[in-house]
Design a protein. Structure first.
Length: 289
């Protein structure tokens, strides 16, 4: 019974194994980026950047069809252009960066949907917006694995300045100039990971795998390392359980994964030891932490 419900779908079907491997790869790469976005109070930036990728990927689709290199490359370029553009507008006008990003991501979403509609069908549009987890091929899987590997390596290299810039930017500025470079590299990691997530979950849901586990981790850990461990674990559970749910209940796989991640988040809000509602109603003794 346990084998049939929990293991057989992945043992019997190759597309389920590919989907599991692809979502597991995203689960190791995207949530750590989400943790730092949360710590830097940039949580909504992930959503903005996910939408920013869409017009680039749509242009790649318009020129080359469903070509992975074309869509991924054009999506990367679009993401970087939107990030740079938002920064330039913020520096040249009274607008702050979050406001300029909000304006640009709405424009990007509308432009991307329009471009896809010029050549594609409703099925293509749904693929762009919500992804196609069960249709991951070798090229997409290789891209996701490469993005995760590079992200973890780069994150390890910039770990110290990134952590200091997230928790005490004033101190980092007083002792080093590495904060600015670390911030630029970090923004590049955000864009790259969203491109990887776009291949699986689409532009509307890619940010869910990045941010929901990261926000969930805040209720279970206090230090950065602990939050990253919890975020990755939450993303892995969401991927596995979401795929099983989609298989058993005949639901769309991407939304099922994000719904499971959302359920874990809501349970954490209620039960998490650090700020959960249960502990606010029934606080621990003063000397217990």
């Amino acid at each position: 019974m346990l084998y049939e419900n929990l293991i057989a779908p992945f043992a019997d079907f190759e597309f389920m194994r590919r989907a599991l491997l692809g979502t597991f790869a995203i689960a190791f790469g995207a949530p750590p980026i989400g943790v730092f976005l949360m710590l830097r109070r940039m949580s909504l930036m992930g959503d903005a950047m996910a939408h920013a990728i869409l017009p680039g990927a749509a242009i790649g689709f318009l020129l080359a069809g469903l070509s992975l290199p074309a869509m991924a490359g054009a999506g990367l370029i679009a993401g970087f252009l939107i990030a740079i553009g938002a920064g330039l507008i913020a520096r040249a006008t009274p607008l702050k960066e979050d406001a300029s990003l909000a304006a640009l991501f709405v424009i990007s979403l509308a432009l991307g949907v329009t471009i896809v509609s010029l050549k594609g069908s409703n099925i293509d549009l749904m693929h762009f917006l919500f992804g196609s987890v069960l249709a991951i091929d070798n090229a997409a899987l290789g891209l996701i694995l490469a993005i995760t590997s590079v992200s973890l390596l780069v994150l390890a290299l910039i770990w110290r300045p990134l952590v200091l810039d997230s928790v005490d930017p004033g101190f980092l500025r007083s002792v080093s100039r590495a904060g600015g470079a670390a911030h630029v590299v970090f923004l590049a990691l955000v864009v790259v990971n969203l491109v990887g997530g776009f291949q699986v979950l689409g532009t509307l849901l890619a940010v869910g795998m990045m941010m929901l586990p990261a926000i969930t981790s805040r209720f279970w850990a206090r230090d950065v390392t602990g939050m990253i461990v919890v975020a990755v674990a939450s993303a892995l559970i969401s991927s596995y359980a979401g795929l099983l749910l989609s298989y058993a209940a005949d639901l769309p796989s991407g939304p099922a994964i994000i719904l499971v991640a959302g359920l874990i988040y809501l349970l954490s809000v209620a039960l998490g030891p650090f700020g959960g509602l249960l502990w606010l109603v029934w606080p621990r003794r003063h000397l217990e932490a």
